[in-house]
Ligand binder design. Structure first.
Ligand code: MIG
Length: 793
């Protein structure tokens, strides 16, 4: 398997003639014929379909776009001199015989000379980047946030199995997720290009030839979706509207997760729960990796080690600890094993071209693979998985090895639809259909509840079914640093619910790295410590009291802010904004174009984690305490430093030194952060009493707090409300107004304001649903990170 190679543009044949039909423009040349069609899809979104005469199977096999957005309204081309024009509401597309030009929301883009071409089934679209100064999205990638000067190949792989060297590096290309979305930036304007082709493809943003963006699909036809800006947020929201947004997760799934490949018996699980309690650490879920199974047979337990898994899982859940098991797609090829036999009877497995069951080599030995593209297979799978979840009292599903990983057996022989559809049409979508089938299983097992699924591999649209973790990273500082741009770009690419293995999966972690990774990741959408079985153990208490205390500060801060994170998920479900965002999302200035060592949670919290250590960064020792210094870029306005408890003026970069138990964490002036003040007992949280932490130095605060039951799917049919919160400074008084509306009972949550204000604030006027009361502000204290800060309440 070769990565990073592409087809030289000189190997493509370009068109030189243009003819216009009723709904398509035909581009042809000596050895090439392409048809281009334009469809208005939704507000600010156009589809350009490129059909290449050489493509043998012209069907669109991609499931990326939501079914309701597939038809659209066709735009009729008009000739203007020798140019064909698609004039649509969202923008304008012009084609002459050799060039494509487009303009959406003030962003113009054109192909270069020779920028449209075909080479067999391959399609080349080659754009001029001279006005472009940034490139984002790209799905799950390594390296940096800004992809200008970089290239990416879209083929999902089991990265470490195929490229063993990767975990020592930070510059490799292969990843587990294929989302060919490029968001181009030109000054303060953005434009999204989503290339919907489920096959292998390449995007090269000026790496091979500076100043040119190359898209090359290697087979099948491509639908290019144009997503209008002008802001980055508009592009991201339009892409999310097109491909789907993450459904609301259950609250427990937003807590802290503990995993490790090697938890191998019931005693060990019970010990873990006891260790968390003893270490005074909340934990919301414990995970079972492959060792729980009987000989790696799916939907079985090793009964010698786990005599009564349902009883164990119920016991843990009573203490607020949920459980999740790994589920691989590979099914042991063993006549007599009921899962295999029933799948065979249902013709549920992938086949070779001649119709044999495709055989791979994974954990159980010879394995067969469910063909999740078939509805019949998905129903069969959902039946088995739902029964397993119910019988074992499990709460979530972890989908691994679905890239798909087939061991020494090549994947290319694996075909779909009883052998009729070649591998490459569904390779990148294997995990997607597995996630769809598995989500159905969760719904079957618990018809009213919210499923929780985590998958390694994914493509555009998979966020509708599952969260994603970024796969096998390693315990080193480069992988910690890379985890920020990787998760940020994945969020911009539609997968809001994601996160890395905190602490690193491969290799041995050390104390300082583990602490810094917990701090960096404790406000990521998904927060799980996971490691490989042959590495040093890395549960929070493994390195003694000082690292444990620092990690405790990070984990507790997550739980304190869980209501805020939940609100970010709610807002994502409604509008598509990512949970964590590069600063560029809200501040489009050039100083933020490449900034990827700090991030925002929602629009109110700024995290600037320490990403160097062990003597490599700017280390200093003051009063015997070692600190790491880094620059922190604060956007304009005031920011409240939650680490030290003081206001800082933004609009500058400042040096910040943080001891091991300190995380540079800032709240924006004008922020309202819902804070959980209650006891920390794993996932057992009573959110009917919430504190509203109001950061009002000069700016009024506004926040929409969504009201729902935190656990059912009733919000999906509109049963939710919103509490509109405003806080304004009037002399020495802070006026807070909370007004609830929507399809939900009022006064289900008791909000208590806590003020981080101007020192002159003396009084609070609180109006809740029309009832007003005035009270003096009194000095108080609140826990943040490893400190107790003085506040007014
Ligand atoms: O061949 O299940 O990425 O998280 O612990 C390795 C064992 C298979 C790969 C996953 C990792 C998991 C491991 N799996």
């Amino acid at each position: 398997m070769f990565f990073g190679q592409k087809i030289h543009p000189l190997n493509f044949d370009g068109p030189d003639r243009l003819t216009i039909g009723t709904d398509a423009v035909e581009l042809s040349g000596a050895n090439v014929r392409l048809w281009v069609r334009c469809t208005e899809i939704a507000d600010g979104c156009l589809r350009l379909r490129f059909e290449n005469e050489r493509v043998t199977d012209g069907r669109q096999h991609s499931d990326a776009v939501l079914p309701e957005h597939r038809p659209g309204r066709s735009v009729v081309p008009q000739m203007e001199r020798d140019t064909a024009v698609f004039a649509a509401t969202a923008g304008r597309v012009e084609l002459d015989a050799t060039r494509l030009r487009l303009e959406l929301a003030g962003f113009s883009l054109a192909t270069v000379t020779g920028g449209i071409g075909g080479c067999g089934e391959a399609l080349l679209l080659n754009f001029d980047l001279s006005a472009v100064d940034g490139c984002y999205g790209f799905g799950e990638r390594t390296k940096h946030l800004n992809k200008l000067g970089d290239s990416a190949e879209y083929l999902t792989v089991d990265v470490v199995a195929v490229f063993r060297h990767t975990y020592a590096r930070d510059d490799y290309d292969p990843t587990y997720v294929a989302i060919p979305l490029a968001i181009l930036k030109s000054g303060e304007r953005f434009l999204g290009l989503f290339f919907d082709n489920p096959g292998r493809a390449v995007m090269d943003a000026g790496k091979s030839r500076p100043g040119e963006f190359w898209y090359q699909s290697l087979g099948g036809n491509t639908d290019l979706y144009l997503l209008a800006g002008p802001t980055l947020a508009e592009v991201v929201r339009r892409h999310a509207a097109l491909t789907g947004r993450a459904p609301l997760p259950p609250l427990w799934a937003l807590g802290y997760h503990q995993c490790r490949w090697s938890y191998r018996n019931a005693t060990e699980l019970r010990e873990l729960a006891a260790q968390f309690a003893a270490a005074d650490l909340p934990v919301s879920a414990l995970w079972y990796d492959i060792d729980y199974m009987d000989g790696f047979r799916l939907f079985t337990w090793n009964r010698a080690e786990f005599p009564d898994p349902a009883a164990l899982n119920r016991e843990l859940k009573a203490a607020g600890i949920h459980t999740v098991t790994i589920v691989d797609p590979g099914i042991k090829r063993e006549p007599g094993y009921a899962v295999y036999d029933s799948g065979q009877a249902r013709e549920a497995f992938c086949r070779t071209a001649s119709g044999r069951e495709y055989v791979g080599k994974v954990w159980p030995g010879d394995t067969v693979f469910p063909d999740f593209t078939l509805k019949t297979t998905r129903d069969w799978w959902a039946g088995w998985l739902a029964e397993f979840l119910r019988d074992s009292a499990l709460d979530g599903v972890w989908l691994d090895m679905n890239d798909p990983a087939t061991g020494y057996s090549r994947t290319e022989e694996m075909r779909f639809d009883h052998g009729a559809v070649p591998h490459d049409r569904y390779h990148n979508q294997y995990a997607h259909f597995m996630a769809l089938a598995s989500r159905r299983a969760c719904e079957q097992a618990d018809p009213n509840g919210r499923p929780f699924l985590l998958t390694r591999s994914a493509c555009a649209g998979t966020q509708r079914h599952s969260a994603v973790w970024t796969g096998d990273n390693a315990s080193n500082w480069r992988h910690l640093r890379m985890s920020l741009p990787c998760s940020l770009n994945l969020g911009l690419s539609g997968v809001a619910f994601n996160g890395p293995d905190v602490g690193g999966f491969m290799d041995d972690v050390r104390a300082e790295l583990l602490v810094r990774w917990h701090q960096a990741g404790c406000l990521f959408p998904f927060y799980r410590n996971h490691s490989a079985h042959f590495t040093r153990r890395q549960e929070p208490w493994q390195f003694g009291p000082a690292p444990l205390a620092a990690i405790r500060g990070a984990i507790r801060t997550r739980y304190r802010l869980l209501p805020y994170l939940y609100q970010c998920f709610f807002a994502h479900w409604l509008a598509g904004d990512p949970i964590i965002r590069p600063l560029l999302y809200h501040y489009p200035g050039p100083e933020f174009s490449d900034l990827d060592d700090q991030y925002l949670v929602g629009d109110a919290l700024l995290v600037a984690p320490i990403l160097h250590g062990e003597g490599q960064g700017l280390e200093s020792i003051r009063h015997g305490v070692t600190a790491q210094e880094r620059p922190v870029v604060l956007p304009p306005g005031w920011w409240f430093d939650l680490n030290r408890g003081e206001w800082l003026e933004g609009g500058r970069s400042l040096p910040y030194a943080a001891a091991l138990d300190e995380l540079p964490l800032f709240a924006r002036d004008g922020a309202a952060l819902p804070y959980y003040p209650g006891p920390l007992k794993n996932s057992l949280m009573d959110l009917s009493a919430i504190e509203l932490h109001l950061f009002c130095r000069e700016q009024p605060a506004r926040f929409d707090y969504f009201l729902d039951d935190w656990e059912t799917r009733r919000h999906e049919s509109g049963a939710y409300g919103v509490a509109r919160i405003t806080a304004e400074i009037e002399g020495g008084r802070l006026r807070v107004v909370i007004a609830e509306s929507g399809d939900y009972p009022t006064d289900t949550v008791r909000f208590s304001p806590v003020v981080y204000g101007h020192p002159e604030l003396r009084e609070l006027e609180l109006t809740i649903n029309g009832r007003a009361a005035i009270q003096p502000l009194r000095a108080g204290q609140r826990d943040w990170l490893c400190r107790t800060l003085d506040v007014q309440a």
